[in-house]
Design a binder for this molecule. Structure first.
Ligand code: A2P
Length: 335
């Protein structure tokens, strides 16, 4: 079984290597690809130095390709990778809304991955993190309406987003001004309610991704979802305040009990001990932290929660590798 990573040198690529290092996925070969800028550089993997190659225009000799080099690369090259016989697990938004492309969070709809026609899409990071926390509640109590407000880290914009935060912060501390290339405004000591492009309805594309993708992953085309997505000056891990209106009322204790047994979730909810989800504790963690669980004052019988999930892991690299593991466990990839 041959695995390839396209975009191996990026922020998500880096995490893919570290998740694969610890993954139960069986494979005999790992190939790394990036842009010509990185050709010939090496990256460590299980005690070896693997050489980064230029991403070819055509087929890649691999059984599964983990693609994380952006939507335009995936759009242009994934069809050739599929024609060459590979299954593509794509981290970009290029194919997420195609009807014939499954959009998969293994804890929610792993079986959808088995229906692929060559490409499986990895969801938007904010959506994947929310889905892990909300789906168990949806199954048990039926979510009628869901309102999400996000606090998103700079690494959501890749390695260059983190650099802009670090360099800008240093500049401000040195008495200079921070500049903005990656983000719409300087990010140090700021919050920016603008991620991705504004749409005709006044929402941003990032916000609409949460709406469209939650519906597709849950298999609920009519689910009422709204989102406000905000960039904050942290390095990694997205946090989200989530309000749920439920068909059947749930108490906070019932929700806590249910979530304690849910896959991919860590309940961190003891405000008296200052225990709640935070980027500081959720970064580097596979599980999504869920806490501040309380009855909604807006929707009686509904819930308010706060979640924090490492978006480079569950929102990207980890979810992609878990999809590959799921395929292999179900005989849909070679051993
Ligand atoms: P490179 O490091 O050679 O530029 P990030 O999301 O952190 O910005 O990372 C983007 C990833 O996509 C990097 O690995 C980057 O490689 C890769 N990439 C960017 N442009 C191309 C391209 N034209 N062909 C292949 N890989 C690319």
């Amino acid at each position: 079984m041959r695995v390839a990573i396209v975009g191996a040198t990026g922020a998500v690529g880096h995490e893919l290597l570290s998740v694969l290092e610890r993954s139960p996925l069986q494979f005999t070969e790992l190939q790394l690809y990036a842009s010509p800028r990185s050709a010939g550089t090496t990256l460590p993997f299980r005690g070896q130095d693997l050489t980064v190659q230029v991403t070819p225009e055509g087929a890649i000799p691999a059984d599964v390709i983990l693609a994380s080099a952006g939507a335009s690369i995936s759009k242009a090259l994934a069809p050739a990778w599929v024609a060459g016989g590979a299954v593509v697990i794509d981290n970009s938004s290029a194919f997420r809304y195609d009807d014939h492309v499954p959009l998969v969070v293994p804890e929610v709809n792993g079986e959808a991955a088995l229906q692929h026609q060559g490409i499986i899409a990895n969801p938007n990071c904010t959506t994947a993190i929310a889905a892990v926390a909300v789906y168990p509640l949806h199954r048990q109590y039926g979510v009628r309406r869901m309102i999400v407000s996000t606090y998103q880290a700079t690494s959501g914009a890749g390695a260059k987003g983190m650099d802009e935060l670090l360099e800008g912060t240093r500049a401000v501390l040195d008495g200079a001004e921070a500049t903005a290339q990656v983000f719409a405004h300087p990010i140090p000591f700021n919050v920016i309610p603008h991620i991705d492009a504004f749409q005709a309805n006044g929402y941003t594309k990032e916000e609409m991704k949460v709406v469209w993708e939650t519906r597709k992953i849950f298999g609920e085309p009519d689910l009422v979802v709204s989102c406000t997505a905000v960039r904050i000056p942290t390095l990694r891990t997205h946090s989200e305040a989530i309000t749920l209106e439920l068909e059947r009322p749930a108490t906070p204790d019932e929700a806590r009990d249910l979530l304690r047994g849910a896959p991919g979730v860590e309940v961190r909810d003891n405000p008296g001990d200052k225990l709640y989800p935070m980027p500081l504790t959720a970064s580097g963690k596979y599980a999504v932290e869920v806490g501040r669980i309380r009855e909604s004052l807006v929707f009686p019988g509904g819930l308010e929660l706060f979640v924090a999930g490492d978006q480079l892991l569950k929102g990207a690299a980890l979810n992609a590798v878990q999809i590959a593991e799921y395929l292999q466990q179900h005989g849909a990839l070679p051993q």
